[in-house]
Design a binder for this molecule. Structure first.
Ligand SMILES: *[C@@H]1O[C@H](CO)[C@@H](O)[C@H](O)[C@H]1NC(C)=O
Ligand SMILES: *[C@@H]1O[C@H](CO)[C@@H](O)[C@H](O)[C@H]1NC(C)=O
Ligand SMILES: *[C@@H]1O[C@H](CO)[C@@H](O)[C@H](O)[C@H]1NC(C)=O
Ligand SMILES: *[C@@H]1O[C@H](CO)[C@@H](O)[C@H](O)[C@H]1NC(C)=O
Length: 366
């Protein structure tokens, strides 16, 4: 009895030790270890970063020549394909991927696939939009990991990068090399300059915050604040305090929104020059308004007339540019921005109608 329970304990202890070994062997690669692979290109100067922690994917890359980029993707060897895709939208459909696997006999295959659609017959081997340098691809299995290496001939690879891993023990085969559906995939953003990679969902949250902050501050609150300043003068001095309070609030929120825009641009490596320029212009005009408040001449002063003219028209210009930039930002940031556009358009229309009514009232009073 005793002996058997000891042997059971021994059995489980051994299992435990083996599983620890297994875990250790799965992480034989890290960014601290050197690549000892026989690759067609130099691997000593590669940037290295973990890109998909769930599957322990590690990416190494460097710009070799002005138009040649070296990539080595390392992943646990699970007898399945590994893939690295480049996408313009972050979606699989329309992307091109470098896919590699090692067959049971130890031979490796690397192919480019074009992902024309969700159905398997739309995923075609030996097609796609990546210019892979001739004879630069290889895939090697070493210490329970596979190393997929390739060179791209491009001045700048796309930063929306997808990774996927195939079903265990299912690898594509001749003649069509049809790609069975992946076991798992992730969509990321790779900043080649800073060497950072982040999951795309994080950015979609940041994108949303950026949109909501700016829409709310410059695009909505500023208008309400301006209306308080223009139409509620009969409640003196309440109109002044509410106008100042709303505009200060809007300015601070808007400042946060614009800063989030800079962060977003940097993380996404986005090409949003016009949107950014308009944002900066809005911020500068907004700052001028804030400064003007402090340089406000007294009510009886002769120049007060000019100051009023400047303050009112400056404010109108900020609001008009802001409205345009909110719509433009939605266009840039959302594949399908219909609901955002509609929601914002409804708010703007209500404010517009309200100000027409109040404007008419104002004229009647005078
Ligand atoms: C750059 O790529 C070329 C062409 O594949 C190769 O001959 C050369 O060794 C590479 N240089 C480095 C530093 O990797
Ligand atoms: C990308 O490659 C696919 C398949 O080779 C082709 O049908 C498509 O037109 C290409 N797209 C671009 C933008 O070159
Ligand atoms: C990259 O592409 C250009 C133009 O297609 C070609 O002239 C050049 O030789 C290519 N470079 C490599 C390393 O294949
Ligand atoms: C690529 O490999 C093939 C077969 O080994 C060879 O015939 C061809 O010349 C190579 N191309 C280059 C550019 O080295």
């Amino acid at each position: 009895m005793k002996l058997s329970s000891i042997s059971i304990i021994f059995f489980f202890a051994t299992l435990q030790a083996l599983s620890v070994l297994q875990v250790n062997s799965q992480s034989t690669d890290s960014c601290n270890s050197n690549l000892n692979l026989d690759l067609p290109f130099d691997t000593s100067l590669l940037n290295c970063l973990p890109v998909w922690s769930r599957h322990d994917f590690i990416l190494r890359y460097v710009r070799n020549l002005s138009n040649v980029w070296n990539f080595v993707l390392s992943a646990p060897d699970t007898n399945s394909f590994v893939a690295m895709g480049f996408s313009t939208t972050g979606q699989m459909v329309g992307s091109s991927a470098v896919v590699g696997w090692v067959s049971a006999d130890g031979s490796g295959t690397v192919k480019q696939y074009f992902l024309g659609g969700q159905r398997p017959n739309l995923v075609v081997a030996d097609q796609g939009n990546l210019t892979i340098v001739e004879n630069s691809t290889s895939i090697t299995s070493r210490s329970s990991r596979v190393y997929l290496a390739f060179q791209l001939n491009t001045s700048q690879p796309l930063s929306r990068v997808l990774y996927s891993v195939g079903q265990i023990r299912v690898i594509p085969s001749a003649p069509g090399f049809a790609l069975a559906e992946h076991r798992d995939k992730v969509s990321t953003l790779l900043n080649y300059r800073t060497g950072t990679s982040a999951s795309d969902s994080q950015h979609s949250r940041l994108r949303k915050s950026h949109g909501i902050l700016n829409m709310l501050s410059w695009g909505i609150l500023m208008i309400i604040g301006a209306m308080a300043g223009r139409y509620f003068k009969q409640w003196d001095p309440m109109w002044f305090y509410s106008h100042a309070a709303i505009q200060s609030c809007a300015f601070l929120l808007g400042l946060a929104g614009i800063i989030s825009g800079f962060v977003l641009e940097d993380r996404l490596n986005a090409e949003v020059d016009t949107h950014k320029a308009l944002g900066i212009l809005i911020l500068v005009l907004g700052c001028l308004q804030v400064m003007a408040v402090f340089a406000r001449p007294g009510k009886e002063s002769k120049v007060r007339k000019y100051w009023n003219w400047y303050h009112h028209n400056g404010g109108r210009i900020v609001i008009l540019i802001a409205i345009a930039n909110v719509f433009y930002g939605i266009h840039l940031g959302e594949d399908d921005g219909t609901s955002w556009n509609a929601a914002y358009a409804v708010v703007i229309s209500i404010l517009f109608l309200l100000s027409i009514i109040l404007e008419v009232k104002l004229w009647r009073q005078n």
